[in-house]
Design a protein around this ligand. Structure first.
Ligand code: JFZ
Length: 604
């Protein structure tokens, strides 16, 4: 049984260092105003992020040289002096901008809200600001206010307009955070002056002049104090009580969590959270970034995030002429087509009721329904363990006629064994994600324990482990992928409680990942650790070696290394505990043991 002193370290959204101050922690007693405010957002699930500003003019190149990194950071990456960068305003004339077209594209893609950069870190306002003449109306030949035009188009189309606003970083202003090439380093700045004279006045303008807003997406809360974060959040709620504030406002002051960019939480996150995702590798337009994610990856991300209770904020970076790049348009149209058929399994749904990931895909739910998202189509039937609900009907969501799918439920409650098998047509109804709808009475009722899957495998995901810290100084934790970080003290260890339904002999496989910062010095992966596994009364000793590698199909950035830890025979069904200990840790504790999961796989 669990060690009472063990503190279950659950993988909440690990907010990266940059956001540490903005990690949002929902108080135990829900705030009724927040609950009311966030209802539309939970229904929405899918939004369009738009990064559009002066940075679209250089589009990733400065004085003939390509500038690495995300396009909207070019002023910072190339350390362009304010006097030079602000000249871009004279060239910025996005005559092809058409608010109705952009909103139509978002609506047809199935997106329910648009978050557009009203002012990014470069300090340039993309709307007619009275607080600063450094804006698109006063400083460019365009002279129009595109935010006004978007507000009108959004209102007409029933899409919520939201503004991204960089409330701390402002590289155009002496006392804004971030510019230490024209101005002194941040610690010597009078941030309060900037906050009072530009940030707050501009936030007021946005809330006063563009109609009802869905949310203000604050970002990178550098230099800002807790008082200032609370103050600007209160200002938003005072001027527009229904307007949400993103978690990146800082100091836990936001209405919901903002995950790190392109970070998808690995497990069930019991909070409201959102992940911003680039469609290629940049937010702001870059002429040479053609690394577009495929539609299968984008739809898989949408489904994966929804199944974990999050919102998916997918970005487009329009050009200096005011056009959304064609590859983005094509992908959004394809996603919209899929959502027109399958949106019921996304909008307003609740997360996967299991704490762990399913081998065959994802689950979303609503009262009376379970949606099984099959990304790879199994032969003839799908079997799911752990559903305790009595199923009343099963059909393919894409089948308008809702033709009944034959299914069988069986089990042995004495060992918590519940099996549901559904007969399937040979061909999947959808090339990206085919969904089986299960009608149930009431809400989902599933076995909460980590359990053997129909394939026979038991996957003990690291973020679901009980963490046993040897000392209060232990730094063991989890990153947003649910991978262990800081396991550098061999005295720390992990354990899992799990259930087996079929006795047998199992190979024990550890899954670890490469270091997170591929460009950092040193080995990308560290082996050699001497491991001890205790399970079903047996002890297995082994040395972590690289026995194989594979890439996560829906996260090309994630490479797993597999290591064989031995073989164990479990001769009866029931509840067991597996303890994973390190008798020695190699690598002088730098990389540590980046564990993603331990798997018991039926021995061949
Ligand atoms: C920020 C901006 O700096 C960037 O330009 C873009 O607007 C993005 C959406 O937000 O970048 C971040 C902020 C937070 C993390 C990573 C990049 N994070 O927490 O990992």
């Amino acid at each position: 049984m669990k060690n009472p002193s063990t503190r279950r370290v659950t993988c909440f959204l690990c907010v990266m260092a940059l956001l540490a101050a903005s990690a949002w922690s929902q108080s135990t007693t829900p705030d009724p105003q927040r609950e009311q405010r966030i209802q539309w957002w939970r229904q929405a699930r899918f939004g369009m992020f738009i990064h559009w500003g002066l940075y679209a003019v250089p589009a990733g190149e400065w004085k003939g040289k390509p500038i690495p990194g995300i396009g909207e950071w070019i002023m910072n990456r190339a350390r362009i002096p304010v006097a030079e960068y602000e000249q871009l305003a004279r060239q910025f004339n996005p005559v092809k901008f058409n608010a109705e077209e952009w909103v139509r594209l978002a609506k047809d893609a199935g997106m329910k809200y648009i978050v557009i950069t009203s002012k990014h870190h470069d300090g340039f306002a993309m709307y007619g600001s009275k607080a600063s003449s450094y804006n698109i109306v006063d400083a460019t030949p365009f002279k129009r206010d595109p935010m006004k035009e978007l507000a009108a188009a959004c209102r007409k189309a029933g899409i919520r307009l939201c503004f991204y606003y960089s409330h701390a970083q402002d590289w155009h202003e002496r006392d804004g955070a971030g510019n230490d090439w024209d101005f002194p380093p941040d610690p010597q700045k009078n941030f309060a002056k900037y906050f009072e004279e530009k940030a707050k006045p501009q936030v007021r303008e946005l809330l006063a002049n563009y109609g009802p807003l869905g949310l203000i997406w604050f970002d990178t809360p550098r230099l800002i104090t807790k008082e200032q974060a609370v103050e600007i959040t209160a200002l938003v709620h005072k001027l527009q009580p229904s307007c949400l504030v993103s978690g990146r406002v800082g100091h836990n002051a936001g209405d919901y969590d903002s995950a790190g960019d392109n970070q998808i939480s690995v497990g069930l996150v019991r909070r409201d959270w959102e992940t911003p995702v680039t469609m290629n590798d940049t937010w702001g337009f870059k002429k040479d970034d053609h690394n577009w994610k495929s539609v299968p990856v984008l739809i898989r991300q949408l489904v994966r995030i929804t199944s974990r209770g999050g919102n998916y904020l997918l970005n487009v970076g329009p050009t200096a002429e005011g056009e959304i790049p064609q590859p983005s348009v094509e992908r959004l149209r394809e996603i919209g087509q899929w959502l027109r058929v399958n949106g019921e399994s996304i909008y307003g749904t609740s997360p996967n009721p299991f704490t762990y990931n399913l081998e065959w895909g994802f689950i979303t739910t609503r009262e009376g329904k379970l949606y099984l998202h099959l990304l790879d189509w199994p032969q003839k039937q799908l079997t799911v363990y752990g559903i305790r609900n009595k199923i009343r009907n099963a059909y393919l969501l894409a089948d308008r006629g809702r033709k009944h799918l034959a299914f069988k439920q069986e089990g042995d409650p004495a060992i918590d064994f519940y099996s549901t098998s559904i007969q399937l047509p040979v061909a999947p109804p959808d090339k990206y994600d085919s969904i089986i709808a299960l009608e149930i009475r009431g809400g989902p009722n599933v076995l909460p324990a980590l359990a053997q899957q129909p394939s026979g495998t038991i996957s003990l995901e690291a973020h679901l482990a009980d963490v046993h810290k040897a000392t209060s100084g232990s730094v063991i934790a989890f990153d947003p992928r649910g991978v262990v970080t800081g396991w550098v003290d061999a005295r720390d260890w992990l354990s899992w409680d799990f259930r087996i339904f079929r006795p047998g002999t199992y190979d024990l496989i550890a899954l670890t990942t490469l270091r997170r910062m591929p460009r950092a010095a040193g080995p990308e992966w560290q082996g050699g650790h001497r491991m001890l596994v205790e399970v079903a009364g047996k002890q297995l000793r082994s040395t972590m070696s690289e026995d194989g590698r594979f890439v996560d199909p829906s996260n090309p950035l994630m490479t797993y290394v597999t290591s064989k830890l031995g073989q164990v025979t479990i001769d009866k069904a029931g509840a067991f505990q597996l303890a994973l200990k390190a008798e020695s840790m190699e690598g002088q504790g730098k990389l540590g043991l980046a564990l993603a999961a331990v798997r018991l796989v039926p021995a061949k």
